[in-house]
Design a protein around this ligand. Structure first.
Ligand code: FEO
Length: 384
């Protein structure tokens, strides 16, 4: 449990509610360890594990995924039990060797391969390539009907309550959605196929045991159904206005455009985000929820502000589909920002619906009125 974690993947992903690295010990006739934890916790993990079981009694390890948050304690563990086999995908051999430069006893498994662990139970492997690494894999325990899904269905959420029915549902679903939007969304087509493939296996699932956050034991299929919805180029009736500003001219435009959007469509949810002050991953999650975005930047150095440029770069990588967009911004003299933003948003996969709205110097009453009208027009365009 990592209550202190505030960012993940370096500084790429904010984790306001901490996280956990979930490792599982199955004790049947065979003792099986599924995954480990992140490197900074390696020694603590191995000591804790040794307090639960004589490490020599572990028959084998399953490495569902080679990323360091799950494999980071493998070197410390393997120093204690160097001859124990590690079951993993072929790609995981590459990633684990590439990271740790160790020649452990790797046993490559493929989808459908099974291992008997005694007491009438088996572990069945399901490869999950590119969900979200080439090496990703899930393991299913028959008898107890537990799907060890690794990153899929997880959340960056630290909690002493280990199961989904024991935590705040709004926090749980927000973190599950943020995780999906910021990590899994680029792989939507693969995810749709994989969800169909798992459904076709027709395995009874009583628990989905994730590698981050809480596990799903209360109606575990609720998160599978939610993933199917999110993988379908998800959107809600929301328009998000995202901007940065230098002397508040572009901020005033953003507020007036928001006013206009609401006047044009009283049903739509409108959110206004200053990308330089807000959290980029929370705002990316708002983009995930939106049917359209309106992005604004003043013109500076014949271009746009780096905060806005960086954010467009981020959402390009997340590969959102089916979302409309428009641009706006204030300028003093050259005024290229709106045109540049239009190009960047198109390149990022948005359907830009018009030329955008720009205003020279600070908006006066007429310019503010025009920005309200621009917002009203967008509300109509975004409903087409
Ligand atoms: Fe939680 Fe892809 O590691």
């Amino acid at each position: 449990m990592d209550w202190e974690l505030q960012s993940f993947h370096g500084e790429e992903l904010s984790t306001h509610r901490g996280s956990s690295y979930n490792s599982y010990l199955i004790q049947e006739e065979k003792n099986v360890l599924i995954d480990t934890v992140w490197l900074p916790f390696a020694e603590e993990f191995v000591d804790n594990l040794a307090g639960k079981i004589d490490l020599q009694e572990i028959d084998f390890i399953i490495a569902n995924h080679g990323e360091v948050d799950h494999s980071g304690a493998l070197p410390a563990l393997m120093r204690r039990i160097p001859d124990k086999p590690i079951y993993c995908s072929a790609n995981a051999v590459k990633s684990l060797k590439g990271q740790y430069h160790e020649d452990w006893d790797f046993r490559v498994v493929r989808t459908g391969d099974k291992i008997d662990i005694g007491n009438g139970k088996e572990i069945i492997f399901i490869e999950m390539p590119m969900l979200h690494w080439p090496d990703s894999m899930a393991a299913y325990l028959t008898g107890d009907n537990i799907l060890f899904s690794n990153d899929a269905f997880g959340q960056h959420l630290a909690s002493e309550n280990l199961f989904n029915d024991l935590v705040d549902q709004d926090e749980l679903y927000y973190e599950a959605m943020k995780y999906y939007a910021n990590i899994l969304n680029p792989f939507n087509p693969l995810l749709r196929r994989k969800l169909d493939e798992i459904a076709a296996l027709d395995l009874p699932i009583d628990i989905i045991a994730t590698s981050h956050g809480v596990s799903w034991r209360d109606n575990p299929m609720q998160i599978v159904e939610k993933y199917a919805e999110w993988a379908g180029d998800y959107q809600e009736n929301q328009i998000t206005i995202i901007y940065d500003t230098m002397w508040n001219g572009t901020k005033r435009l953003a507020e007036k455009i928001a006013e206009g959007v609401k006047l044009g469509d009283e049903e739509v949810t409108v959110k206004l985000c200053n990308i330089a002050k807000g959290d980029k991953n929370d705002i990316a999650t708002e983009v995930f929820r939106s049917k359209a975005v309106v992005m604004g930047s003043p013109t500076v150095s014949n271009s746009i502000l780096q905060s806005v440029a960086g954010f467009v770069h981020l959402v390009k990588g997340l590969k959102f589909k089916g979302k409309k967009a428009a641009a706006f911004g204030c300028y003093g003299w050259s005024g290229e920002a709106v045109k540049i933003l239009n190009g960047l948003m198109e390149d990022a996969g948005f359907e830009v619906v018009n030329e955008g709205y720009r205003n020279q110097w600070n908006p006066d009453i007429d310019a503010k009125r025009a920005a309200v009208d621009f917002g009203k027009e967008l509300a109509k365009e975004f409903n087409k």
